[in-house]
Write a protein that binds this ligand. Structure first.
Ligand code: HEM
Length: 388
């Protein structure tokens, strides 16, 4: 659960370091907290994936107008943020609390009813909760729920050395999911009034020519991936960490006011989205005495920033009392995670309910032998065997 030791060396010795990236492009690793934050807020630092210098770190390139909004710049990007932002507004998200609580309770009922132990908490809790919540947000009909959950899960298999044909399965699931979201999108596009939810708003924007149909579909897939794997991995890794710090877990249970801060510390400590935040310099940019030339990729390493001892004392110690409010686990600047209120709400409900309802919960294996996704750009576990 720790970042590579080399990040610490880079922060000390070469905080803005030119490297060759896996796809052959030159890129700049940025490792200190202050520099990562400064660059992510700089309008000369771009997310435009059509720029030839932008590195997708191996992911496929798409035509410019069809990109998901994740990899675009203002003002086009701002159109999307405005359109989708209201669906993530605090009030609207918090109105989902009773429904999410009911879902978590039902999922834990099923978990408790299982006769065989150990139980895999990834399969039976971490994955199904966020994919069900996402299906509500995207307007997936109840009868498609099982397909949606399965395809979301398969999508995440890419690179997993323990799954037979992982990459083929993941590619097939992605194709299925794109087709499925295309079908949902086309149904909305055919309606006179496409509705008030996220797909409805995007369909209106396609109809009035603001965005393309493909951009709508690709953004739908981004929403799904951004909201599913992240929350699932935070659930699994967060549970594993809390179980390894029983004193802090006991404190958190005894004093519910500590939970929100504990979740922020989990977000900082784990920084699961660690190789997705990629940028390109639109101009020559000087940072910390180093010039990053126009047209070269920038990799602001938020995992390194969140473990920078110039910003957080004893950064490698997990301490729920730290309750950091300024960590970069959700990124920073115009692309800062839209789903933060939802992620925090889901994690709050899951951790509160899980540890209250299964007080004897414990790992069914040594922490060192848990199956970490060391191959993936989003940190996580492929399984979490627990018992009670
Ligand atoms: C704990 C869970 C989560 C973490 C750690 C996380 C992390 C991140 C990070 C680091 C970014 C910035 C990417 C960049 O700067 O290039 C981001 C963007 C985004 N996240 Fe999250 N995320 C989480 C949960 C969610 C959820 C539940 C949703 C809801 C669907 C969501 C939706 C998005 C979207 C739509 C963006 C793109 C924003 C933009 O480009 O303007 N995320 N997330």
């Amino acid at each position: 659960m720790d970042p590579p030791a080399a990040y610490g060396w880079l922060r000390e010795n070469a905080p803005i370091r030119r490297v060759e990236l896996a796809d052959g492009l030159p890129g700049w690793l940025v490792t200190r907290y202050d520099d990562v934050r400064e660059l992510l807020a700089d309008p000369r630092v771009s997310s435009d994936a059509t720029d030839p210098g932008y590195s997708l770190l191996g992911a496929p390139r798409m035509a410019g107008k069809d990109q998901s909004f994740l990899r675009t710049d203002p003002p086009y990007h701002t159109t999307f943020r405005r359109m989708l932002g209201k669906h993530f507004a605090m009030k609207r998200v918090h109105a989902m609390r009773p429904r999410i609580q009911e879902l978590v309770d039902k999922t834990i009922d099923e978990l408790l009813a299982r006769e065989k132990r150990p139980v895999d908490l990834v399969e039976h809790l971490a994955l199904p909760i966020p994919s069900t919540v996402l299906s509500w947000l995207l307007g997936v009909p109840a009868e498609d729920q099982a397909f949606f959950n399965k395809a979301s899960e398969d999508l995440l298999a890419r690179g997993n050395p323990d799954v037979a044909d992982a990459d083929e399965r993941s590619t097939a699931a992605r194709t299925e999911m794109v087709q499925y979201i295309a079908k949902l999108s086309d149904e909305r596009l055919a309606m006179d009034d496409p509705g008030e939810d996220m797909l409805g708003d995007m369909a209106k924007a396609v109809k009035d020519g603001t965005i393309s149909r493909e951009a709508m579909i690709n953004s739908g897939v981004t929403l799904l991936v951004a909201g599913h794997e992240t929350t699932a991995n935070m659930t699994a890794l967060g549970t594993a960490i809390l179980l390894q710090h029983p004193d802090q877990l006991a404190e958190m249970k005894a004093e519910p006011g500590l939970r929100a801060g504990a979740i922020e510390e989990l977000l900082r400590f784990l920084t699961i989205v660690h190789l997705i935040v990629v940028r390109v310099a639109k101009e020559d940019i000087e940072v910390a005495g180093q010039v990053i030339p126009k047209g070269e990729a920038i990799i602001p390493l938020n995992f390194s920033a969140n473990r920078d001892d110039a910003h957080y004392p004893d950064p490698d110690v997990f301490d729920i009392h730290r309750a950091p409010r300024d960590h970069l686990a959700f990124g920073f600047g115009v692309h800062q995670c839209m789903g933060q209120p939802l992620a925090r709400l889901e994690l709050d409900i899951i951790f509160e309910t899980l540890f209250r309802r299964i007080p004897g919960l414990r790992l069914a294996t040594e922490a060192e032998s848990l199956p970490y996704k060391t191959y993936a750009p989003i940190n996580g576990l492929t399984g979490l065997p627990v018992t009670w």
